[in-house]
Design a protein around this ligand. Structure first.
Ligand code: GDP
Length: 440
């Protein structure tokens, strides 16, 4: 995401290289470039103009510090202004009541159903909530079916009334059911249209009025750029929603919607969708997004994702195995699966500062572990537990079974042996250090 804007901004800051301080004259060209970069990212003209004016005021009024180069200072000013443009603070959703009711709105195809599932999944797994998903699209049976499939995949109940044509009634009945059955969050997925439509607006207004949700969220496809912003404006005028969900940010290389929406509707972006899978949801942090736009990576999000996937109990077990040199191919497989749960490799790597650029010309496969996994899956349980058993004829069989070749199998087994040796040394080294520190 934001690749183009990041590159453009990086280039514009280079103009200030070698300058002793920021003056009206030497910053003019940089500011022009920043504005052009924003326009190319599909940011609204007025927003881009106001933005560069604010940056200019701050930059020129800035006391010149000995230790900071003008280029670095500009990066900092632009960073803070970008974060401010996207809302400054992170704003959470409100879940104070029981049940808390969340109403989803947005056009058809924006990603409402997918996001409803992602949010339910997140609330269930991270906040130990017991959500109920509600299908209120009375026009498209396929939409009801889709929500059912989503619910099933994450183990969350879905309330439907397949023969009803009254979404207000469905929503009311669903809340009653949630109260009776102890669901503490109700997420209502509504019908969308391909474009703004009066009947749709009236319907969602009526639902909102009837059920008085704690949160009304507006879901929008970030890839639609300025259209996303215009749609947000119209929905906000009718619904006065509480927050925006930007979906498909994984495909949005320009970022105009993310940058403009907050200013236009004056409502916070609360979550972003970054893929089709149920775990591709991130809380929106303006400052971190700004880091990412400026190519500073997003180490904090990376660390958080790692922490979410990290199982301490498993880690302790692994440490013991490593120390005893019992690390086997099953453990190796578990490790690969943990890494994969964190997201696709290219996205993960791009969160590391400086890596995004380095990765530009490298084709990192989405599933770089495919061959390794295939090879391990072709081993028998005994072979996985005791890698020493894998002799020449077994290697041939494994290569055949996994659709790879013997060289690949040999390479993996050799690498595995080396990793095992290295890990043993590292874990013993750790113990030696501990012993040494105790002795002091
Ligand atoms: P709805 O009509 O608003 O309910 O939209 P859906 O939830 O059916 O989503 C429309 C399409 O967008 C589906 O194919 C989803 O898989 C896809 N989609 C939704 N969110 C994301 C996202 O964050 N990233 C990507 N790449 N695709 C998404």
């Amino acid at each position: 995401m934001f690749e183009n804007l990041t590159d453009r901004l990086e280039k514009s800051f280079k103009l200030l290289k070698g300058q002793g301080q920021i003056t009206e004259i030497n910053v003019a060209e940089t500011l022009k470039d920043v504005r052009r970069a924003l326009l190319d990212a599909d940011v609204n003209f007025k927003i881009a103009k106001d933005f560069t004016n604010r940056v200019k005021d701050k930059a020129i009024g800035q006391k010149v510090l000995e230790a900071v180069k003008p280029g670095q200072m500009m990066v900092k000013i632009v960073h803070d202004e970008l974060a401010e443009l996207m809302g400054g603070e992170t704003v959470d959703i409100s879940l104070k009541k029981s049940p808390s009711v969340i109403l989803m709105s947005g056009l058809q195809g924006s990603g409402k159903t997918t996001f409803s599932g992602k949010l339910a999944n997140r609330l269930k797994s991270k906040q130990k909530k017991n959500p109920l998903l509600v299908a209120c699209d009375v026009y498209r049976p396929a939409a009801i079916e889709q929500l059912k499939v989503v619910g099933e995949s994450i183990g969350v109940s879905v309330y439907t009334e397949e023969d009803s044509k009254d979404p207000v009634k469905i929503a009311r009945n669903a809340i009653k059911k949630a109260k009776a059955e102890g669901n503490d969050v109700v997420i209502i997925d509504t019908a969308g249209r391909l474009a703004i439509d009066e009947q749709m607006m009236q319907e969602i207004e009526a639902i909102k009025k009837a059920i008085e949700p704690d949160e009304t969220l507006f879901v929008v496809d970030s890839m639609t750029g300025q259209d996303a912003v215009n749609t947000a404006k119209e929905f906000n005028e009718r619904l006065n929603f509480d927050g925006v969900i930007l979906t498909k940010l994984d495909g949005d290389t320009r970022g105009g919607a993310a940058l403009s929406i907050r200013t236009v509707v004056n409502k916070p972006i609360k979550f972003v969708g970054t893929g089709e899978k149920m775990d591709a949801i991130d809380v929106f942090h303006p400052s971190r997004m700004s880091d990412r736009i400026l190519g500073m990576g997003d180490i904090v999000s990376l660390v958080e994702r790692a922490q979410e996937q990290f199982d301490e109990e498993e880690a302790r077990k692994l440490q013991k195995k490593l120390a005893k040199n019992q690390f086997n191919f099953n453990d190796f497989l578990t490790q690969i699966q943990q890494i994969k749960k964190m997201g696709n490799l290219k996205d993960l790597a791009a969160m590391i500062p400086g890596m995004r650029k380095a990765l530009n010309n490298i084709d990192l496969e989405d599933d770089a572990f495919k061959h390794i996994e295939a090879i391990i899956y072709s081993m028998t349980p005994d072979e996985r537990n005791t890698p020493a058993l894998i002799d020449g004829s077994r290697r041939k069989r494994i290569a055949r079974g996994s659709g790879t070749d013997i060289q690949e199998v040999n390479r993996l087994i050799k690498q595995f042996g080396e990793t095992r040796k290295m890990m043993k040394m590292v874990s013993q080294g750790g113990n030696v250090r501990k012993m040494a520190s105790k002795a002091q």
